[in-house]
Every structure is written in structure tokens, then in C-alpha cells.
Write a protein that binds this ligand. Structure first.
Ligand SMILES: NC(=O)c1ccc[n+]([C@@H]2O[C@H](COP(=O)([O-])OP(=O)(O)OC[C@H]3O[C@@H](n4cnc5c(N)ncnc54)[C@H](O)[C@@H]3O)[C@@H](O)[C@H]2O)c1
Length: 251
């Protein structure tokens, strides 16, 4: 796949999937503008991948708008948006009756509102050129339930599937595709690593056994799906949700 002359924005590039997506896109010629709210990890991604980096909190709509406008000003266009920033905002699963409104809202803000702010900001630029590729990172939790037990996380990731389908219908006539990836369990962030450790040896073996391909995924496994949706090979594919999970959600 060749991304020469393509301008891409990738969110949440500090580590894990976001960093791998930056690496795979820049390696194939794309000019990537990545953002994150973790300054040190962001700088490391810039150094490792050659992506341009900007400190942005995706829950701050003004900051998102300024970032997107600055990329459009500098590059003259935006071809690709990969909405990857998300996660559990440091929370752990607990009984629903003990979850505060603020906690619920915080997870929605990062995963759902952040994605909405970015889609809203890039849409006029993509429409103006009649071309765009939007890829949204949901989760297996957006198709079934979350292993974390966090109600807001499953809710937000389901909502991202809705956002994908709605925007695919809305933007398709402008040459813009909108697709979604639902990753399985990957040891790419402190939360999933902690969760895996807490499973103990037996739990870990059971998890791997439940995966058709008998291994956990890597950030690159997720990035390769992003490359497909972002490429011209996927020119007649929109509104789709692709599970990349080693065959866990096989139906
Ligand atoms: N790792 C998994 O097992 C898994 C599975 C399914 C889905 N996902 C999703 O994939 C995406 C990437 O996950 P990951 O495991 O690579 O790392 P992650 O969940 O830790 O988050 C990715 C990045 O988002 C950044 N981020 C968080 N809040 C932000 C904010 N408000 N503004 C800007 N940046 C912010 C973090 O600093 C981090 O670098 C997330 O959306 C996550 O929910 C992960």
C-alpha cells in the first residue's frame, strides 16, 4: 500500500496502537500529524516514527479545532483521520450503583466526544476535496461487553459504531468513507497489562485458548487493518466494523 502524498491525522499516538499506526503510515510515505495529551510519550512517538506531533487533549473541542485547522493550513488538505485516542481514563470496573456521573461522563468524553470533535472538524476539509478516509477505533467492547467491566467504556465503544454508520451515510456522497475497527485484547497499555497479570496463569491460558489463532494481538495487527481502510483498496467499503481479534468474535 502506498500513502505517498497522503496527509493523515492520528489521535492518541503516545503508545500502543496509535504509535504503531503512525509508524506503518509514515513507513508507506504518508505525512502524519499525531496528537496525544501525554507529552513525553508523544515526543517519543515523534522521534521513533517521523510523525509531526502536537499536544492535544481530545476532550477539549477548541484544541481539537485549532489542531485540525493548523494541519489543514500547513498541508492544504486532510486525507485521512484515524480516531484512536480513548481508553478507560484510569478507571476500573465496579458495581453500577457505585459509578458516579462524573466517572461515566469522563470515559464518554475521551472515547465518544473526542471522536465526534475530530470527525466534525475534518469533514469540511474532506468534503471540499471530495476525498476522505475516516477510521474509528472502537473495541470488542463495542460489539459485546467489556472485559474491564466498565459500563461507560462499553457504552462509548458501542456509540462509536453508531457514529461510524451514521457518518458513512452522511459523508459517502462526498467521496468520504467511514469505517471502524473493533480490536480484541492487546497488551498495549498499562490497563490491559494489569488486567492480564491479574488473570493469573490459568486465566491467561483460558483467554488465549478462546482465540481462534491462539495468540494475543499486537499493535501492528490493529494498524494493518487501519492501513486497509485508509487505502484506496477500500474505496467501495464504508460503514463497516472489522473485528481484529484473532478470531474471538468469529460470528
Ligand atoms: N489494548 C486493547 O486491548 C484495546 C482493545 C480494544 C480497543 N482498544 C482501544 O484502542 C485505542 C488505543 O488503545 P491502546 O491500547 O493503544 O492505548 P490506550 O488505551 O492507553 O490509549 C491510547 C492513547 O490515547 C491517549 N489519550 C487518552 N486520553 C486522551 C485525551 N483526552 N486526549 C489525547 N490523548 C488521549 C493516551 O495517552 C494513549 O497514548 C483506544 O481507543 C482503546 O480504547 C484497545
Amino acid at each position: 500500500m502506498d500513502f505517498h502524498s497522503r496527509i493523515a491525522i492520528v489521535t492518541g499516538v503516545g503508545h500502543g496502537f496509535g504509535r504503531a499506526i503512525c509508524r506503518e503510515l509514515t513507513a508507506r510515505g504518508a505525512i502524519v500529524h499525531g496528537c496525544d495529551r501525554n507529552e513525553a510519550e508523544l515526543a517519543e512517538t515523534g522521534a521513533l516514527t517521523g510523525a509531526h506531533i502536537t499536544l492535544v487533549d481530545v476532550t477539549d473541542e477548541g484544541a481539537v479545532n485549532r489542531f485540525v485547522a493548523s494541519v489543514a493550513d500547513r498541508e492544504g488538505r486532510i486525507d485521512i483521520l484515524v480516531n484512536n485516542a480513548g481508553g478507560v481514563a484510569g478507571q476500573v470496573g465496579k458495581p453500577v450503583e457505585t459509578v458516579s456521573t462524573e466517572e461515566f461522563d469522563q470515559v464518554l468524553q475521551v472515547n465518544l466526544h473526542g471522536a465526534f470533535y475530530f470527525v466534525r472538524a475534518v469533514a469540511p476539509h474532506m468534503k471540499a476535496r471530495g476525498y476522505g478516509r475516516i477510521v474509528i477505533i472502537s473495541s470488542g467492547a463495542g460489539r459485546t461487553y467489556s472485559l474491564t467491566g466498565i459500563q461507560a467504556y462499553a457504552s462509548a465503544k458501542h456509540a462509536l459504531v453508531g457514529l461510524t454508520r451514521q457518518e458513512a451515510m452522511e459523508l459517502g456522497g462526498f467521496g468520504i468513507t467511514v469505517n471502524c475497527i473493533a480490536p480484541g485484547f492487546v497488551l498495549s497499555n498499562p490497563t490491559s497489562i494489569r488486567q492480564f497479570e491479574a488473570m493469573g496463569k490459568e486465566g491467561q491460558e483460558a483467554l488465549v485458548k478462546s482465540i481462534a489463532l491462539k495468540r494475543l494481538g499486537t499493535p501492528e495487527d490493529i494498524a494493518y487493518g487501519v492501513l486497509y481502510f485508509a487505502s484506496d483498496l477500500a474505496r467501495w467499503v464504508t460503514g463497516q466494523v472489522l473485528s481484529i481479534d484473532g478470531g474471538k468474535a468469529i460470528f
